[in-house]
Design a protein. Structure first.
Length: 235
């Protein structure tokens, strides 16, 4: 490694203080320590650095922010006590080739976001009176949206939405209605099914309604039961 030999003579008296630009070359740390290797284009295009630890907002035993740079990303590097044998990645840099995912054309700096390589995004939008939080996949068709202005949450999916729980699932609207709209509705229970209304309960079908029970059927009403049908058949 001729380039590094120039900066790291045998007596180790030379030091490189301050920070410098580098390009990531290897992110496959076989020891699983979240380290990367870089090269310094201003020094040599061939030589790789030793494994460099990556600075992150939080780190600990099996916890922390895990955001490794990608190969070919530009990063900012510093060295422990100026010794190039111990590099540290301080952060990643945008440049003329690698542009940021948001432009801030209006200068208001309203959006903060995280965007992954494939295009998944978490967006924090601070636009005044239009604040929202969005989590969406790369297609933009599957997303969770929190509308702060209207106190609303919307979940959109292109196909199926599945909710699974080993305990209870509760849907409760304290002050307003609960509406379900779909082409076909099917409700299955392994045991009992109970529907209770505080006032009126209405079941209406445009063509045919069926009520079926394997053992018995009971209709009870304190004011009597009324059946109104010109073609009533009791069997």
């Amino acid at each position: 490694m001729m380039g590094f030999d120039l900066l790291m003579p045998p007596d180790q008296t030379a030091r490189f203080y301050g920070v410098t630009i580098a390009v990531v070359t290897n992110i496959k740390d076989e020891d699983g320590l979240g380290r990367v290797k870089v090269k310094f284009p201003w020094l040599t295009d061939e030589d790789e650095s030793p494994w460099a630890r990556v600075m992150t907002p939080m780190a600990g035993d099996d916890r922390g922010f895990y955001f490794l740079p990608e190969v070919d990303d530009e990063v900012l590097v510093a060295f422990e006590h100026g010794d190039m044998a111990f590099p540290y990645i301080l952060g990643s840099l945008w440049n003329g080739k690698d542009k940021p995912p948001e432009k801030n054309d209006d200068g208001e700096n309203n959006k903060r976001l995280i965007k992954s390589r494939s295009g998944h995004m978490i967006i924090l939008d601070d636009t005044e009176d239009k604040e929202q939080v969005i989590i969406q996949d790369k297609s933009g068709k599957n997303k969770i949206m929190i509308d702060c202005e209207n106190d609303e949450m919307t979940i959109e999916v292109e196909k199926d939405l599945k909710i699974k729980a080993k305990g209870k699932i509760s849907l409760k609207s304290s002050d307003d209605d609960l509406i379900i709209e779909c082409n076909n509705l099917q409700i299955k229970t392994q045991q009992d099914c109970e529907i209770e209304a505080g006032a009126n309960c209405k079941i209406k079908a445009q063509t045919k309604a069926e009520v079926e029970a394997q053992s018995g059927l009971e209709l009870t009403c304190a004011a009597g039961v009324k059946v109104n049908n010109s073609a009533l058949e009791v069997m």
